[in-house]
Design a protein around this ligand. Sequence first.
Ligand code: NAD
Length: 489
Amino acid sequence: MQGVANYVGGRWVPLDAPDVTPVVDPATNEVLATVPSDGSEGVAEAAAAAARAFPGWRAVPAGDRIQYLFRFKQLLEEEFDGISRLISRENGKTCAEAAGELRRGIENVEVACGIPTMMQGYNLEDIARGIDETMNRAPLGVVGVITPFNFPVMIPLWFLPYAIACGNTVVIKPSEKVPLSIRKVVEVLERTGLPEGVVNLAHGGRAAADALIEHPEVRAISFVGSSPVARHVYASAARHGKRVQCQGGAKNHVVVMPDADLETTTQIVTDSAFGCAGQRCLAVSTVVTVGDAHRSFMDAIVEAAGSLRVGRGLSKDVQMGPVITAESRSRIEGAIARGAVEGAEAVLDGRGIRVDGYPNGNFVGPTVLDRVDGGGFLGTTEVFGPVLGVTPVSSLQDAIDVIARSPFGNASSIFTTSGASARKFRTEVPTGNVGINIGVAAPMAYFPFSGWKDSFFGVMHGQGRDAVEFYTDKKVVIERWPQEWSRRF
Ligand code: NAD
């Protein structure tokens, strides 16, 4: 069992809660650690520490603040393999996927090192004769970050580097399912010499999240998780007068046109649907085949998905790991059953899969369901597992219409060799991240992680310029300094 501790005001505080939630290895269901089921007291201490640290931290020049981030990046590189293995252990994803996650997280540290430029305001001399106007950006104060289980390190890093580079102090409330790798990341951050209280870590469940949202010292909330919780966090934070950005769930579609390159398309869609066992907010969940694409794509995807090696993420050569909990496995298997009741055909059925050496793991094999009703339960509900539905339609317009009816708008992609089809899709599809011959349209750190409809609540997205906008207040200064006053001396 590993110890989970809060990090408050520069000190590690061991946790000794009466009610705890077990943290399990998804491949074995062995208990790795426990976290407090509540955790609200720890959040209050962390928010108070962050509030105490704020005046000192905001007075540190931006150019000096980013020196900590340069050191952070260097130390993350040095600890890269160890952190990746921890991610794999507690989340279940493969080591290669964990390494990919960490790499994308580090990119955000790199981009936030540009804050002295990104945070600049603007000005105009002589808005009236002898009067100048300037817009400066100021940090907000304490920022709360609430994150999900599926990217234990990358998602906290979507927010933390920008928030502190802008001069804010931070409280992170990670998912109670994956507290270990973020602990390691905060230990690494501590080694940069970051002043105490600038970054704080407080573990717990929904009570801890609510305590953070409601805390009077917290000015802004960055949240990532499922849409029902995102909706709750958005409403509650607004009710408590907080600035808030909430990234929610997803149901992503890929359109396969008859002119698509079948080999490339199949390879990319296989990775997109089954990578991280489908537990990615950018995973493709439904393929909409247009016309003749259906038959050839079905044959190819069933063969590719059926040949994936499923096993423990930490094991060599494994291509797909388990899902996070036994409850997730039951929920996913239930969704497959419901799809079948709605008339879909399970051409590849991953229910009941056995993995040698791991009889207790939460494994679901790659599953492909044909003729999924785009408007039914399986067509509209986020499954968040290795389940790919296929919905055949007869035209690109029909495909766009299927996507438009989804309550979610996180991402969609098209596979085609036609520029005209690509352009129509890009222009008309109502999702915030769009891929053209790309399976996982994950924006680089210097672009916003977009997302529309029930996949995002707020205005400013995570990453890049949006992050700077979100984590700063604008202060406008209008000045008059008449020449005749200087003649008095
Ligand atoms: P979740 O919504 O269950 O939990 C997310 C966080 O909210 C956790 O820290 C959890 O402790 C907290 N929480 C849970 N219930 C709460 C409640 N009632 N009140 C307050 N806080 C609460 O999400 P999860 O299962 O950890 O993560 C998977 C979900 O996250 C999926 O829906 C996935 O699509 C989504 N996700 C979205 C993005 C994106 O960028 N849009 C990225 C990653 C994951």
